[in-house]
Design a protein around this ligand. Structure first.
Ligand SMILES: [Zn+2]
Length: 398
């Protein structure tokens, strides 16, 4: 190929493309970072190449975030469990609008610096839309519908629709999606899944984040009963009818098999459940948010179980209400330090191409391939076996 002004050549000790690992290779990009060629380094004059110590990988995809909660950084106590977390969150959800906006922008910039190029972002209101529209990051907005009273399902859905229509007006990718099995009665589930205007047609739902959810579905008791009765001042036995099955069974009866759905957290999903669900629902993806799970429940899923669905696993940071950073590298470091058998190459696939697939942006993001403009990150400080260490750091190159 003819090397034109503006083109750049990059190399490093290793290149994790998102799909494989290359050595002695060079990436050739245009000015904007579009990959024009991947070639053997020997064919190029070394003086023309920017050669880095460390490993190159594609830009990260953060599959689960709540940008609008960024002002809650360091405001909620750790380790008290999901139900207390929800109470704390709702109690402090009343910040001045300028502060909310300022913290959203700070968080957006923090994600750019930490090498994130695309985000699946949950919204309950329209606060983050303008910043998302103007950001260098690609955002898919999951507009959450939720509410406990079955008779108010239409109203809950109308509220979500307002945010969705605003996002659509601003040309943002957006879809209306359920919050969690315990907070979406069947009437509302049906409205969400009958809605045909999502673009792209993706769903996301918080799944099996706490054992209390399982208990609530089995017999209607436990922390969620107390939350509904004491905090929301409703009669839980009137608004919720336990199915006697686990929450995931309740959810699956509504899920359209042909559409992509991201199940988020899955801390209490068993090996057997994951196997059965993934066999029957080929478009389900599993999102790991380890640092949020440690923050809220002080517990991690057994990610070695997740290797059975490893081509469908993505990584999310969750929000700054339940995390100290919005950094995908911090998440995959946590996974590997607890489960050292999970290879760096596998984790980088979870952090890049799998997230791009679920958000349906893999034609541009997720892997270093000719024709894509995926962003390029440099990882420094991997050990001699390519494992992450405390010192592993990220630098965004493009
Ligand atoms: Zn979340």
């Amino acid at each position: 190929m003819v090397f034109l002004p503006g083109m750049k050549k990059y190399s490093a000790d290793k290149i994790f493309t998102g799909k494989e690992v290359l050595e002695k290779s060079v990436l050739i990009t245009d000015d904007a970072g579009k990959i024009l060629d991947i070639d053997s380094i020997e064919k190029h004059d070394s003086a023309s190449i920017q050669n880095f110590e460390g490993a190159i990988c594609p830009g990260f995809v953060n599959a689960h975030c709540h940008l609008e909660l960024s002002y809650m950084r360091n405001r909620i106590a750790k380790g008290n469990g999901l139900v207390q977390f929800v109470k704390d969150l709702l109690t402090i959800r009343n910040e001045k609008f300028e502060v909310v906006l300022e913290e959203i922008e700070i968080a957006n910039q923090e994600m750019i610096r930490s090498g994130i190029v695309a985000v699946g972002d949950i919204s309950n209101d329209d606060h983050s839309l303008l910043i998302k529209q103007q950001s260098k990051i690609y955002y898919h907005t999951f507009v959450e519908a939720y509410g406990f009273k079955p008779e108010n399902a239409e109203q809950y859905f109308t509220d979500a629709k307002k945010v969705f229509l605003k996002a659509k007006e601003m040309n943002l990718a957006a879809s209306i999606t359920p919050h969690a099995p315990y907070s979406v009665p069947p009437e509302l589930m049906k409205l969400i899944y009958n809605w045909k205007e999502n673009y792209p047609e993706l769903f996301s739902i918080h799944n099996q984040e706490t054992d209390a959810e399982t208990k609530f579905f089995l017999d209607g008791t436990g922390d969620f009963k107390m939350l509904i009765n004491d905090f929301f001042k409703l009669n839980s036995s009137e608004v919720f009818h336990p199915s006697g099955k686990r929450s995931i069974d309740y959810l699956l009866q509504f899920l359209p098999k042909e559409k992509k759905t991201l199940l988020v957290h899955n801390t209490f999903t068993t090996e057997q459940e994951m196997k059965i669900v993934s066999e029957e629902f080929k478009n389900i993806f599993w999102c790991a948010c380890p640092n949020a799970n440690l923050y809220i429940e002080n517990r991690l899923p057994d990610y070695t179980i997740w290797l059975q669905v490893k081509d469908k696993v993505c990584i999310g940071t969750d929000s700054l209400a339940s995390n100290n950073s919005l950094c995908i590298l911090d998440e995959i470091k946590t996974i590997q330090s607890n489960f050292p058998k999970i290879k760096t190459e596998t984790l980088l696939g979870w952090a890049t191409i799998n997230g791009a697939k679920v958000l349906e942006i893999e034609n541009q993001f997720g892997s270093i391939e000719i024709g894509k403009q995926p962003g390029i990150n440099l990882l420094k400080g991997l050990d001699e076996n390519d494992l992450f260490t405390e010192k592993t750091a990220i630098r965004k190159i493009i």
